[in-house]
Design a protein around this ligand. Structure first.
Ligand code: GDP
Length: 538
């Protein structure tokens, strides 16, 4: 595959995980290895490159879907030696921010699902996995924290198969686990690589250690079988017993095809924190995940411009930043485009790629690109921008109903003005936030996806807009509607915790778990009241 087009060398990916699986650490290591940042910050000390906002630093939770651009040349596989652009859309792991995941999934082409190797599949990874299924996003899995006591490769594979109903296909086997995690066996090449304990660098390829040979051979056979189901030439060789004729390249390409068709999920592993397995994961991102041109909503340069606004952020220095995914055509600075949903024209100001440590200003961006635009004033999340002569509306983003409501009252008239201005801006950035005035009390009512979500809104009003306000108790929004929905739509509720308590639940429609969260088990009213629950339903 020597000649590839520009778009074929793009990977627009998300990294998705349950909170604490190591998504932030992994993202940061990826940015480090792709050469964009040179000092690795530690998570939870507030110096992580992807976490932009103060709240994230304080809470150690990644909230925004910041898009970051990096470059990588894979060492092995069909694209070896070719420079690729990876746009990473950061997706939050907290249940309150599932909406952010939803909007990232709308614009990315592939994803890395990160699991804590000692935990296997956790509730939020399940929710996000099913969201990704709905959006048809091809995935690879990364079993992180292989260095942690209790890390269990086989348990993780089993839990991915059972709980996610997926077809995990290991392409690596860890050498040891927990404190004994010392290297990786590459099951395509049947070679062992050992880590340097200090740097996490891999050794030159070596013979597979004898005690692991049988297991590696079994897993390789499984890998071949999974690939044979995808590629008929491999199937023929497999059926005829010509396993030694099967080449590394054939397996790589079959794995790619199987991933793109969502028939299988290549599984890699490592310990991001110790830099172990990050480089092979980067190779895996390029080798297995789709380019924009591989997915049905194909990107083309030669067609008229069409782009989707998927995120708005406010930056003190430059004002409003609009994140865009270009699907076709070229967007240039100074160009006038049509915002079809708002029925207005917009003049495009500055365009830039956001790297981890710098912003790169450019004159134009093309199909497949994810970029940031400044000074687009009337734009809201979910809007389509297109060429004046070819108006289209892209399928917009889907936002569920808010579940929690909070009353906020400004301390003074000045605070009231600042609050109105702040809320207008925050609601434009975040379509899952609803703002209305209580007709009886005149208080502002904020409705959102959970208590943490609204807490952060109130925090931002205070820190970014200087609003002093008193805040009421959070209440369940749309209580009746939700209660009915739970009764009607969830045929089965598995719950822990008794009446009068908050309980963690997994709710199911038929056999597949479709979401999870907190409910209040209310005996007197004979049912459950969702508290912080994000249903994974259309
Ligand atoms: P996120 O919530 O998914 O973004 O997870 P973080 O990246 O914030 O990581 C959660 C915790 O796990 C932090 O304390 C990390 O230092 C730790 N962690 C991340 N990667 C690893 C790893 O590979 N091994 C071990 N032992 N800990 C890790």
């Amino acid at each position: 595959m020597s000649r590839t087009t520009r778009i074929e060398r793009y990977r627009n990916i998300g990294i998705m995980a349950h909170i604490d699986a190591g998504k932030t650490t992994l993202t940061e290591r990826i940015l480090y290895f792709t050469g964009r940042i040179h000092a690795m910050g530690e998570v939870h000390t507030g110096s992580t490159e992807m976490d932009w906002m103060v709240q994230e630093k304080l809470r150690g939770i990644t909230i925004t879907s910041a898009a970051t651009t990096a470059t990588w040349k894979p060492m092995r596989g069909p694209f070896a030696g070719l420079s690729h652009r990876i746009n990473i859309l950061d997706t939050p792991g907290h249940v309150d921010f599932t909406i952010e995941v939803e909007r990232s999934l709308r614009v990315l082409d592939g994803a890395v699902a990160v699991f804590d190797a000692s935990q296997g599949v956790e509730p939020q990874s399940e929710t996000v996995w099913h969201q990704a299924d709905r959006h048809g996003v091809p995935r690879i899995a990364f079993l992180n924290k292989m260095d942690k006591v209790g890390a269990d490769f086989a348990m993780c594979l089993h839990s991915i198969r059972q709980r996610l109903d997926a077809n995990p296909v290991p392409v690596q086997l860890p050498i040891g686990a927990g404190p004994e995690f010392r290297g990786l066996i590459d099951l395509l090449r049947m070679r062992a690589f050992f880590f340097d304990e200090e740097t996490g660098e891999s050794s030159e390829p070596r013979e597979i250690p004898e005690p692991l040979r049988a297991e590696a051979e079994t897993l390789r056979l499984r890998l071949i079988e999974a690939c044979a189901e995808v590629e008929s030439t491999l199937l023929q060789k497999y059926v005829e017993g010509r396993l030694e004729d099967i080449t590394e390249e054939e397996l790589e390409l079959a794995l790619r095809t199987g991933t793109l068709q969502r028939q299988l999920v290549p599984v890699l592993c490592g310990a991001a924190f110790k830099n172990k397995g990050v480089r092979t994961l980067l190779d895996g991102i390029i080798n297995y995940l789709p380019a924009p041109s591989d997915v049905t909503r194909a990107s083309r340069d030669e067609e008229p411009l069409c782009a989707l606004v998927f995120k708005l952020m406010h930056d003190k220095a430059v004002g409003s930043i609009v994140f865009l995914r270009v699907y076709s055509g070229t967007l240039r600075t100074g160009m006038t485009v049509l915002n079809t949903r708002q029925q207005r024209r917009e003049r495009v100001g500055r365009l830039m790629f956001m790297h981890a440590n710098k912003r790169e200003e450019v004159d134009e961006v093309h199909a497949g690109d994810i970029c940031a635009a400044l000074n687009l004033r009337g734009v809201r999340t979910g809007d389509t921008l297109c060429a004046l002569e070819a108006p289209v509306v892209l399928e917009t983003l889907h936002f569920p109903e808010p579940v929690i409501q909070l009353a906020v009252e400004a301390r003074s008239r000045t605070d009231q003005q600042k609050m109105e201005e702040g809320l207008t801006r925050l609601a434009a950035e975040d379509p899952s936030l609803r703002v209305e005035v209580d007709p009886e009390t005149g208080q502002q009512l904020l409705s959102g996806m959970g208590e943490l979500h609204l807490e952060i809104v109130v925090d931002r009003l205070r820190t970014e807009y200087g609003v002093e306000a008193s805040v009421g108790q959070p209440k369940v929004a749309w209580r009746e509607t939700l209660r009915q929905r739970v009764r009607q739509e969830y045929s089965h509720i598995r719950q822990t915790g008794g009446p009068g308590q908050y309980a963690q639940v997994v709710m199911e429609v038929g056999p597949a778990p479709r979401g999870s969260g907190l409910v209040f088990v209310d005996e007197t009213q004979g049912g459950v009241i969702p508290k912080e629950f994000i249903p994974a339903i259309e």
